[in-house]
Ligand binder design. Structure first.
Ligand code: M6R
Length: 367
């Protein structure tokens, strides 16, 4: 059942290229210039009237929503808020019939996310669910369902569900952009082409698993570590940190790189591992100055970046790992794979039950 893999988590990490392909399959025109989502009931009229979007979810699905926000805001220019499902109802969110609520859930059974969906409905919003389980409670109650085709996810630590959710957000953002006329056909085609290259780019990362394993064995000796990044890299940092804590029980924190000096820098001491995500060219220089701040306090820094920046970055970091080149808005679908493998191998090195971490359940059906 594990298809020759030692754990479901590793199997599911390796299934990501297929999950990306399956989630995109049949969802664009043959020319690759347009996203087609015939399953949606959301009309073009409704799409044109959307004033704001609220993305609501828990855990890893919440983290996917952070990437989703970036995709929607940059491609469609509709304001997006991210909410943790268990917080959403209690903050009296400002929802109107012109609000689109997007709930994200692998299982479709998470109690807090279901409650958020109902809160959206109670306020007259249209609710779209991004889920991996067609017959789930969330899929049944939502007005619209955008299914991720990741296949069953067994390991408690979510991997292929997260990345498929990112693919689904990419498709949905391009769909909105088409209806609202915020991107040209050429731009849409360019982004879709980049999305279609992602599966083989993930395969290229998987081929470098030994280097990631070696680094994981190094960090497994530490009690604390930090993830830094800006923009999409910060969103991925949060997912990488959750993954590591969840299965290796190593304490870690994800920080927006520029926020460190507002307090957290005090925690950086000699030898503390820092994983710096540095894939966003527009803020690379700023990220490099933040890297220098932690280096100056003795941190041991691994940068995750594109090949073309490795030589330069190696002037300020200890090690660098290059991911294949993609558009800045899509890097999460690649960089996170490195962090998934890192968490996996750290957990393995520490002898933990990778697929069934202590105190956690795959599906959380209590609020
Ligand atoms: O099934 P869901 O996507 O609604 O689950 C949400 C979270 O419980 C889940 O993503 C959790 O954070 C994962 N175990 C993280 O790997």
């Amino acid at each position: 059942e594990k298809g020759g893999f030692e754990h479901f988590m590793l199997k599911e990490i390796y299934e990501q290229p297929k999950a990306y392909r399956d989630t995109m399959l049949g969802r664009m025109n043959p020319e690759g210039t347009k996203v087609i989502l015939p399953e949606l009931k959301l009309t073009n009229e409704q799409i044109k009237n959307i004033k704001n979007i609220q993305i609501v979810a828990c855990g890893t699905a919440y983290n996917a929503g952070l990437v989703g926000r970036n995709l929607i805001e940059s491609l469609v220019r509709i304001p997006v808020e991210n909410d943790i499902a268990s917080e959403y109802r209690y903050r009296s969110p400002i929802v109107s019939p012109e609000t689109l609520v997007i709930v994200v859930s692998q299982s479709g059974e998470t109690a807090d996310t279901l409650a958020a969906l109902r809160e959206g409905h109670a306020n007259g919003a249209h609710v779209l669910a991004i889920t991996n389980v067609v017959g789930s409670s969330i899929a049944r109650e939502a007005d619209d369902v955008l299914v991720t085709l990741a296949g069953p996810e067994i390991a408690v630590a979510s991997t292929k569900a997260y990345t498929s959710q990112i693919i689904a957000f990419g498709l949905f953002a391009l769909y909105l952009a088409d209806v609202r006329g915020t991107q040209s056909e050429a731009e849409v085609a360019h982004i879709l082409a980049a999305m279609q290259s992602l599966p083989e780019q993930v395969e290229a990362i998987l081929e470098k698993k030994d280097a990631i394993k070696a680094y994981a064995e190094q960090i497994a000796k530490h009690d604390h570590l930090f993830y830094l990044g800006r923009g999409v890299d910060y969103a991925v940092a949060q997912e990488g940190s959750l993954k590591l804590k969840e299965i290796s029980y190593i304490h870690s924190e994800a920080y927006a790189a520029g926020e460190l000096k507002h307090g957290t820098l005090a925690l950086i001491e000699e030898g503390v591992p820092v994983i710096a995500l540095a894939t966003q060219e527009s803020v690379l220089e700023k990220t490099v100055s933040n890297i220098k701040e932690v280096k100056a306090r003795g941190a041991d820094v691994l940068a995750i970046t594109h090949e073309e920046h490795v030589t330069d970055l190696l002037k300020s970091v200890d090690q660098a790992f290059a991911i294949p080149k993609t558009l800045p808005m899509l890097t999460a679908a690649l960089s996170v794979v490195v962090l998934q493998l890192l968490a996996y191998y750290a957990s393995l090195a520490l002898g933990h039950d990778v697929d069934k971490p202590r105190n956690l359940a795959k599906s959380v059906t209590v609020e």
